[in-house]
Design a protein around this ligand. Sequence first.
Ligand code: NAD
Length: 297
Amino acid sequence: MATIGWIGLGHMGSRMTANLVKDGHTVLGFDLDPAAVDAAAAGGVQPAPSLAEAVREADAVVTMLPKGEHARAVYLGENGVLANAAPSTLLVDSSTIDIDSARTLHDTARERGFRFVDAPVSGGISGAAAGTLTFMLGGESDAVEAAATLIEPMSGNIIRTGAATSGQAAKICNNMMLLINLAGCAEGAVLAQRLGLDPQVFWNVAAVSSADSWALRTWYPVPGIVETSAANNGFDATFTADLANKDIGLALAAAESTETVLPAAQLVQAQLQELVDSGRGGKDCSLIISHIDPAIG
Ligand code: NAD
């Protein structure tokens, strides 16, 4: 059994670590937010008093942080992971971050003698809790194989995507498609209701028809239909509009650097940006439905 230093115990990290603990691993956790630490401790994580103490004796370090700037600070900062962990420690970043940041982390870790894997995930907080996340692993093959063993208790699917940063590339494209699907669910839900359809009956149709999607089955933005939907809880976040806006922004940045035009992604990004600008960035991204029905949210 391994000792794992875990940095970032938010919506995802608190649930993912509980599955490592259940599997018998020791998880030393650190987060800047004491409430996040308490939630993870309830799942068996041992709180570390500092980042340095979480990683110093660890066999592996996993990070689950909001954005590239947080991941760069946590790995490369003066009191960060590279300054405090032993170079034999396997480093796994499961945050969704921009490709340039992921490249910098891979390169700097290698220069300092570490093995580093970009390992973003898909499956939401329900997949994190159930231990059924899809992991996308990018990096050198020996590091990727070590990471695949480590993450097994948290995963339903482990896909080796290729060289360094390829995990992030896959994740960015996946989430762009997801968020466009979610916007489609929001438009369909409101139109169905205005055509007089019972919301549950329409959902029953869509779920076994050609409109079926993960967003429909997990995130449908109408209360009382799907158990895991944030609409049941006043759109309290399972995945914030702020982070969704970051993700679709990563897709648009990648589109620019590859001279690709993505009109649907641009439209969804503008709607998420409006949620952020109106002070609703901390709410669930499925509140995107308020663009179609302003009476919601
Ligand atoms: P979150 O904001 O709930 O959690 C991130 C945690 O990181 C917070 O608790 C925050 O306090 C902590 N943190 C930030 N800077 C830190 C630092 N310097 N040191 C220690 N802790 C620090 O976010 P989340 O929803 O758990 O998502 C985490 C990552 O996973 C993001 O990149 C997100 O895009 C991705 N993701 C989220 C979901 C989802 O459904 N929530 C699904 C797949 C992927």
